[in-house]
Design a binder for this molecule. Structure first.
Ligand code: NAD
Length: 301
């Protein structure tokens, strides 16, 4: 029987979507799932990770290094985490013969982010390891009720979490189109883009994360013809500084949150490493405009 064609687009169709050889090979099952240069490998590529100074961003930066990618972490903080995490990340990259560096940058500053990402992509392309992954984890959370949330506070959360996400996506898309490298843009959204958190009033944050889900779908459609995929990961509660700061103000929330999911615990940043590598690699070659909700079953309950 003749093979079923995988595309209806012919050679004379201007709308034909280019597909990287590597991705084609992955889709054809020519790469092993487990070997070093297999389906999940990110060899000869560069990744940029925003929010990469600490927390989920830094942990996922380590995952990308372990999969073989050179990584540049961007964050607003002057320096990355003073905890051992950053030093361990650098040491792991060195051990694997990869580069890992830090650049201080504000994701709400479009000029700065476009300049930084474009310089990273130009250098990466010249070294034969193109910018193929943008993992965007920078974000802010500040609770506030309908009655007392200052509109300026609402604007700030939307500016960082929505406009900042757009700026980062735009900069990555421009660089990937310029170098014709294709790529994967991974946006860290939240289960709070679907639900309202029990015990924590944060309309601004929840609205911003719902907007990230839609930003993903819209940009994914637009960028498919440039071989750039866009997907989100939506974590439930995760043990990071963001959550620690909320719990310092209201310690009782931990009991609420752990009992809000059937696993009766909150997550650890390392539990998202597999998802990040899956979305960055050829293993997810037919996935775009989609969300991976990883919340310990919170939204299923
Ligand atoms: N921790 C959770 O429970 C949880 C749950 C769902 C989603 N998330 C999302 O995961 C992402 C990472 O959060 P985290 O939990 O690791 O928190 P975190 O506070 O430890 O990390 C967020 C990082 O973003 C950086 N950042 C903030 N504003 C920035 C800006 N304007 N420019 C550049 N960097 C900026 C911060 O400096 C910080 O390093 C966020 O988008 C957050 O909304 C977290």
């Amino acid at each position: 029987m003749a093979p079923i064609p995988t595309s209806t687009a012919g050679p004379v169709d201007d709308h034909r979507i280019p597909v990287q050889d590597a991705v084609m090979a992955a889709a054809a099952g020519e790469r092993s799932v487990v070997e070093g240069d297999g389906l999940f490998a990110l060899k000869n590529s560069t990744s940029v990770v925003t929010g990469g100074a600490r927390g989920i961003g830094l942990t996922l930066a380590a995952a990308l290094v372990e999969a073989g990618s050179h990584v540049v972490c961007l964050d607003l903080l002057d320096e990355p985490s003073s905890e051992p995490d950053w030093l361990m990340f650098k040491a792991r990259a060195k051990e694997l013969g990869l580069t890992a560096r830090y650049v201080q940058a504000d994701i709400t500053d479009a000029l700065q982010i476009n300049t930084v990402v474009s310089e990273i992509a130009d250098e990466a392309a010249s070294l034969g390891r193109p910018l193929n992954t943008m993992l965007h984890a920078a974000g802010v959370q500040k609770p506030g009720t309908v009655f007392d949330c200052d509109p300026a506070h609402f604007d700030w959360v939307m500016r960082v979490n929505v406009t900042g996400t757009f700026i980062v996506t735009q900069a990555a898309a421009r660089a990937m189109r310029k170098h014709k490298s294709g790529g994967s843009i991974i946006l860290i959204a939240s289960m709070s883009g679907y639900i309202s958190n029990r015990g924590l009033y944060c309309t601004a944050y929840n609205s911003s994360k719902a907007a990230v889900h839609q930003l993903c779908r819209s940009t994914a459609v637009e960028l498919a013809e440039h071989n750039v995929r866009v997907n989100t990961i939506s974590p439930g509660y995760v043990n990071t500084k963001m959550v620690e700061q909320l719990l310092q103000k209201e310690p009782a929330l931990l009991g609420q949150w752990t009992n809000d999911n059937p696993m009766h615990r909150i997550g650890e940043p390392s539990e998202f490493k597999g998802a990040a590598v899956f979305l960055a690699s050829g293993a997810s070659s037919f996935m775009t405009g989609a969300d991976l909700r990883m919340d310990g079953g919170h939204c299923a309950w």
